[in-house]
Design a binder for this molecule. Structure first.
Ligand code: C5P
Length: 298
């Protein structure tokens, strides 16, 4: 049995620069891995039969062919046939349809896990190719450091050493209102409103963000999804504005609905928590986490 952790990611900066000929969008983003993670255990048993996935702690998530773990097993089998049946157990902690990359991270942990169990038949480049086939957000999980993402998500480069150092260990408060946002719907809203950031403007804004990060100056987190989402979920951007007016540095991750607050030693966490519960109710997902390279468990 092999056990791996699959970290969540956070988009600290996200600009969508336009629609591509293949129907996907180009984006420019800065992402960081979190200590918040799912845990996956795998074994390959010799008996024939369908691959099997058991999910713990996530009643709404189906263990059917739509699950990214089973998709990743299928994808791996196509690239490298092997006999026997995979038995996987997924213990969820990352909320899904939240913009935290949980499903993508689970898929990449599955590719890595199978490759390890089978003695490493696939190269890093081949795993990257498979990850990109499974989902646009998957390639970034093959890297263990805060990264810059471009293209449709498959062009991944590490941030500078100074930026990585500024991010490592940073404490964050995450919350996810009780509604989920499907990524294709969110991209559809962007397309309908043409709320794109021109590529040069996006790169200039990213450079400004990274310079502030490296200088450890106050950060302003921007995300192009916030405006089109406000049409259906106005409370999200109103609430983030409300937090900013009180001095909290905060933002939306991916296409939402998870949001984050950048913590420092003076952040009044009880006040923050009270406001989140007041706006979204006591069942709203809330967790304190930190930026951390994968592999080390929180
Ligand atoms: O690649 P993934 O399956 O995660 O994408 C889900 C959907 O999100 C795509 O079908 C597409 O509608 C949208 N998407 C996009 N541009 C991206 C990533 C996702 O338009 N870069």
């Amino acid at each position: 049995m092999l056990t791996l952790s699959a970290p969540a990611k956070l988009n600290l900066f996200l600009a969508v620069t336009g629609l591509r000929a293949d129907g996907f969008h180009n984006l420019v983003s800065c992402v960081a891995p979190l200590s918040l993670h799912d845990t996956l255990s795998f074994k390959i048993v010799p008996e024939a039969g369908p691959d099997y996935l058991h999910i713990e702690n996530s009643p709404g998530l189906l263990a059917d062919a739509s699950n990214t773990v089973l998709k990743a097993i299928q994808c791996f089998r196509k690239a490298h046939a092997f006999s026997g049946r995979v038995e996987a157990v997924l213990a969820k902690k990352i909320p899904f349809a939240a913009g935290l990359g949980g499903g993508s991270s689970d898929a990449v942990a599955t590719l890595k896990g199978l490759n390890t169990l089978l003695g490493g038949p696939l190269s890093a480049d081949h795993l990257m190719e498979l990850a990109a086939q499974i989902g646009s957000d998957c390639p970034l999980f093959l890297y263990s450091n805060p990264s810059l993402i471009r293209g449709r998500g498959e062009v991944v480069t590490p941030v500078s050493a100074a930026a990585a150092e500024a991010l490592q260990g940073q404490r964050l408060y995450l919350f996810k209102p009780d509604f989920s946002i499907e990524t294709p719907w969110a991209y559809g809203q962007l397309k309908a409103t043409q709320a794109y950031t021109p590529p040069l403007e996006a790169e200039a804004a990213l450079a400004t963000f990274l310079a502030a990060l490296e200088a450890q100056s106050p950060l302003h987190f921007t995300n192009d999804f916030l405006k089109p989402l406000a049409f259906k979920y106005p409370l999200l951007s109103l609430f983030l504005d409300h937090l900013r007016q009180q001095g909290f540095a905060c933002g939306l991750s991916g296409s939402g609905s998870a949001c984050f607050v950048w913590l420092n030693e003076n952040t009044p966490i009880e006040v923050l928590e009270g406001q989140i519960v007041g706006a979204f109710g006591p069942h709203c997902f809330r967790v304190e986490t930190r930026i951390q390279c994968p592999g080390s468990v929180s």
